[in-house]
Design a protein around this ligand. Sequence first.
Ligand code: SAM
Length: 337
Amino acid sequence: MPKDATANSRQQRRLGRLYETGITRATVLIHEENRANFEVIRPLLRDPRFAESLSRAARLVAEEGPVNVAQVAQLSPFRYPGGKTWLVPEIRNWLRSRSKKPAIFAEPFAGGAIASLTVAAEGLAEHVYMTELDEDVSAVWQTIFSEPDWLSNKIKNFDVTHENVLHVITKKTTSIKEKAFQTIVRNRTQRGGILAPGAGLVKKGENGKGLKSRWYPETLAKRIEAIHSLRHKITFTKADGFDLISRFSKEPRAAFFIDPPYTAGGKSAGKRLYRLNDINHCNLFEQAKKVAGEILMTYDDSEEVRKLAAKHLMKIEEIPMKNTHHALIRELVITKP
Ligand SMILES: C[S@@+](CC[C@H](N)C(=O)[O-])C[C@H]1O[C@@H](n2cnc3c(N)ncnc32)[C@H](O)[C@@H]1O
């Protein structure tokens, strides 16, 4: 007997056995715990007039659910200097420890935005707001949310040669989407993913693969698609992070994740890594202290930051981590007590 016919007859026998126990193709199996809820919607299921509302409810449930969570650790299209992938477990715990899910998750200095993407993908807050002021970084977020296919196709069709890379990254353009593509190319071919002026191109790269060593077009396209699918949960604005904090400062159900460029106490990392690095750290602490909601700030360890935190009666926790050169450094996580 052909394989398909064997499978068919086995299936028929299985269905026959189930039929004998009273289970037919029209039977709906419901877990005991869901029985009460099911009884509520049972009459609606029989009535075709409710088909549209039920489909809408199903869509809402699907949107609430996690989106591509498995990919989230690596969901950002950026390799972001000072990126906070390592802090994601802390951020998850912090949000889950609230008695109520935050209505707003706000990330005023978004950069590669791994925190915002994780929160949106895992439904850890009702809505995510992120701002970034750098126009190149912003162009990437704006384009992912408005023209993801254009960006993915540009990436997939790009032939990474020295000549092509130089052509793209030196081009003057005012188009946001062209800027987005240019930024992705720079981020993937410049040393350490640094986008600040003066960053040089990768020379040898991983395994001597040179400029191509961080160029993964299919992966980038998948991330762009996944982020675009979260568009109903994330509002990105090219704006000053201080304005985002002010906007939600009176909202008790807002949670702010604040990761500014590290320039406090004369630290130079922020200046080398980001074009926009001139932050008034005193004002930032002042503003953060006053918000009605929760805050979690991160900083490089420095005397000045410790003093600012103490002055504003904030709680400091030290988190040891390895930097990209595998040196053990301490980062400070600062919260309101
Ligand atoms: C430490 S990085 C953020 C990294 C981010 N947490 C991540 O995981 O990728 C700080 C970011 O703040 C941005 N920035 C600097 N000044 C800003 C401002 N006034 N408003 C908004 N963003 C600003 C910089 O361009 C940089 O991308």
